[in-house]
Design a protein around this ligand. Structure first.
Ligand code: PLP
Length: 409
């Protein structure tokens, strides 16, 4: 085989479809988020505002987080030095897991390298624990859940997005005695819509199924202590396994599940993605624990309130200009473009001409024809930056003669 030619044609396909991914090389400057410097391909540097980060609350530069990380670094050094089983479990990991268990009101938590790995490792392991398990998965679940479910060798059913009635039909077609698990998200991050948690828990109760909830985009952001939408809605107790990240609202890195002590013990003992990999650096565990603890407090609530306010202002202003906003009342602000090439061109112009960095979201992250710009306002975006973004969007929408008709949510 001509391997080079095969690679060339694979890459050319992406260019042809307008979905070749270009990484933007940025230097975030601590204390100045969301400002950053873009190292342009021509060698010049340009000051930009990041509008597409998932450090939703700016915790990546919070003094409490940085102090905890500095302290751990000085106390214990750089890496953990091993897998969790072989010398890689430290007081920092234990503290982080205790903080997470408390956050979700669960008996235990288990930390993984990322939420991707937590989803993949847990969902691919569950059929080993519950032979014959059927997993019912929302059609728009994240790639990490899909991968875990695909690889596990067990039975799977896909229910239409946020459609409990379709789920019921699928469950009723299966053996009532088979063990079952319903896997879904609390916030689907590309549209910013909420999962019907209560209705899915009701079905789980009715049919004796376990529930698995990905709260990756909600932890730190919703609920009086940042425990996610399940905390906000008083439903955490009805979820068997909650999955979350430490890399978005908590501003650090890593992922986890929170569940019963027995569930965590079993996953810990059977999941290769947990067992055979070096544990998080203690610095990271310390920073994440500090961030979680901070966001449980009233100070944390102030950040959540400020974030929600900025999201509402941005949506209102873009809507008033007739922009096709997808608005489900969450903290995410997607603007529908509907064409990969236009989406990329808009993103390029925003960056180059206005110093606004928002990555185009194209297939396969979202279905073809639903390409979008996805803005993530935070408490550290100030009114001037919001105003500049709105003016830039207004300007480019006119310049590109784009449709201003509104999408309904
Ligand atoms: C819904 C969902 N689950 C899981 C993940 C993975 O999270 P992490 O970045 O911690 O791997 C993501 C990442 O964007 C996500 O959107």
């Amino acid at each position: 085989m001509n391997y080079d030619a095969a690679l060339d044609s694979a890459i050319a396909r992406l260019h042809d479809e307008g979905r070749y991914r270009t990484f933007i090389d940025i230097e975030r400057a601590k204390g100045r988020f969301p400002q950053a410097v873009w190292n342009r391909p021509d060698g010049e540097q340009q000051e930009i505002t990041v509008w597409c980060g998932n450090d939703y609350l700016g915790m990546g530069q919070h003094p409490v987080v940085l102090a905890a990380m500095h302290e751990a670094l000085d106390a214990t050094g750089a890496g953990s030095g091993g897998t969790r089983n072989i010398s890689g479990t430290t007081v920092y990991h234990k503290r982080l897991e205790a903080e997470l268990a408390d956050l979700h009101g669960k008996e235990a938590a288990l930390v993984f390298s990322s939420a991707y790995i937590a989803n993949d490792a847990t969902l691919s392991t569950l059929p080993k624990l519950f032979p014959g398990l059927i997993i019912y998965s929302d059609a728009l679940n994240h790639a990490s859940m899909i991968e875990g479910i695909k690889r596990n060798g067990g039975a799977k059913r896909i229910f239409r997005h946020n459609d409990p009635e379709h789920l019921r039909e699928l469950i009723e077609a299966d053996d009532p005695a088979a063990p079952k698990l319903i896997a879904f998200e609390s916030i689907y991050s590309m549209d910013g819509d909420f999962g019907p948690i209560e209705a899915l828990c009701d079905l789980a109760d009715e049919y004796g199924a376990l529930t698995y909830l990905d709260e990756v985009h909600a932890v730190g952001m919703y609920g009086p202590r940042g425990g996610g939408v399940s905390e906000r809605d008083g439903l955490a107790g009805r979820i068997d396994i909650i999955n979350g990240t430490l890399g978005k609202a908590y501003g650090v890195f890593g992922g986890y599940i929170a569940a019963s002590a027995k569930m965590c013990d079993a996953v810990r003992s059977y999941a290769p993605g947990f067992i055979f990999t070096t544990s998080l650096p203690p610095t990271v565990a310390a920073g994440a624990a500090a961030s979680i603890a901070f966001l449980k407090t009233e100070e944390g609530q102030k950040l959540r309130d400020a974030q929600q306010l900025h999201a509402r202002i941005l949506k209102m202003r873009l809507k008033s200009l007739g922009m096709p906003i997808i608005d489900h009342g969450s903290h995410i602000v997607p603007v529908h473009v509907g064409h990969p090439v236009h989406c990329k061109a808009l993103s390029d112009m925003l960056l180059r001409d206005f110093g606004i960095y928002v990555q185009p979201i194209n297939f396969p992250t979202v279905p073809r024809g639903t390409e979008r710009l996805r803005f993530t306002p935070s408490p550290v975006h100030d009114p001037k930056q919001i105003d500049w973004l709105v003016r830039a969007m207004d300007n480019l929408w006119s310049q590109c003669a784009l449709n201003r008709a509104e999408l309904s949510a």
